[in-house]
Design a binder for this molecule. Structure first.
Ligand SMILES: [Zn+2]
Length: 385
């Protein structure tokens, strides 16, 4: 895993301690001098190795980065003991930073508040990961969304209408123009900003049955080598259900493979991750999101699961199931902090991630926490509430 946490100092401290110990052994040879012995040097302080918890990823997701007050947010998060921000910088229909050449920018450019904010975060010890919402056209300007619907580039349901959520459409994953659009956005972001990582979110089909656009039909038929007469019934309930879902997974798998490679090429040593649904089987079947395969093949360095439940036992059960699906060191647990009324509930879930050996946790979301003044104080060695 690459740079999960923000404090890789543990190994250095251990190495320093070894050097000190080894050095103290080398002065024990007998000497035969007559001059008065020198007073012994004062003992060097022996650093106490901190627990490996120092590498824990303690993160928050920021949904609407256009409304983020970077100064107060980074100060609050530093004070509370967090070390990572996953900031949404682009969606399938909008750039949340100025002067994009890939997507319509919905914020002004002078000064560039994102650049300033990332600099502030770094100076306060916080890693910043750019989040790319891949398919969902969150905050897309209406004219841009209309243009893409008119040119048949959005996901369509079985009735042929665009799939919509909260007024926003979704990019169809099988279309080369859409894949090129997001590739361009990802490359632009990671080249322009000194981010520590890139995270892909909404890299999947919609949970509503999708996509049945003309391109998906054509590509699916080309893959299986035959014309599907009863479309879309044959892929919804008929003879081609399994093949259609395998094809959908292939579309998403090849997309994230490509995006990840481009991001790593544009900024070497970047941490690459994905926000994913907790239940692997449902993620595969309903959204074509095979995050185990992405980990197995190294397309992503780790995943952040959306393990959103207010019930502690249910949370424990879900995390344990995630950890049977993939190496636990690669499964950072996303916590639905917006579902809690009391900080003690959040404390219990953070403690649970530690008991279960998770490499870290991410709260969804900072937007919600800031509006409710609902942020735990993690302290230096563990949560304190
Ligand atoms: Zn389609």
């Amino acid at each position: 895993m690459r740079r999960l946490g923000n404090f890789p100092a543990g190994a250095l401290i251990v190495a320093y301690g070894v050097i000190l110990l080894f050095g103290s052994c080398t002065v024990s040879h007998p000497t035969y001098v007559t001059s008065p012995p020198k007073p012994p040097p004062p003992p060097l302080p022996v650093p106490v190795p901190r627990p490996t918890r120092a590498a824990e990823l303690r993160g928050v997701w920021v949904s609407d980065t256009t409304k983020l007050d970077w100064d107060s947010a980074t100060a609050n998060l530093q004070r509370a003991g967090f070390n990572t921000i996953f900031a949404n910088l682009a969606s399938g229909g909008a750039a949340l930073y100025p002067n994009s050449h890939s997507l319509p920018s919905i914020v002004g450019g002078s000064p560039d508040l994102v650049a300033h904010g990332i600099d502030l975060a770094h100076r306060r010890g916080l890693a910043v990961h750019a989040k790319q919402i891949v398919t969902f056209m969150f905050k897309a300007p209406p004219e841009f969304q209309r243009e893409l619907i008119a040119s048949d580039r959005v996901m369509r349901g079985p009735d042929g209408h665009p799939v919509m959520q909260a007024g926003f459409a979704w990019l169809c994953p099988s279309q080369e123009a859409n894949r090129a659009l997001i590739a361009s956005s990802v490359t632009e972001m990671v080249k322009r900003y000194p981010v520590d990582g890139i995270q892909f979110d909404y890299i999947r089909f919609c949970e509503q049955p999708s996509c049945f656009c003309a391109n998906c039909r054509r590509e699916f038929e080309r893959t299986i080598g035959t014309h599907v007469k009863r479309w879309p019934e044959a892929v919804l309930q008929g003879a081609y259900v399994t093949q259609f879902n395998e094809w959908r997974q292939h579309v998403i798998n090849t997309w994230i493979e490509d995006l990840s490679a481009r991001a790593r090429q544009a900024r070497p040593n970047l941490a690459v991750s994905a926000a994913v649904f907790s239940d692997l089987n449902r993620a595969r079947e309903e959204k074509a999101q095979d995050w185990k395969l992405w980990l197995d093949r190294g397309y992503v360095d780790y995943v952040c699961t959306m393990t959103y439940t207010p019930d502690l036992r249910d949370f424990e059960s879900k995390v344990q199931k995630e950890q049977t699906s993939a190496p636990r060191s690669k499964v950072v647990v996303g916590i639905g902090s917006w579902k809690f009324d009391r900080l003690s509930q959040l404390s219990a879930q953070i403690t649970m991630t530690r008991q279960l050996g998770a490499p870290g946790f991410v709260l969804f979301s900072y937007d919600d926490s800031a509006s409710r003044n609902f942020l735990p104080n993690l302290g230096a060695s563990g949560p304190r509430f």
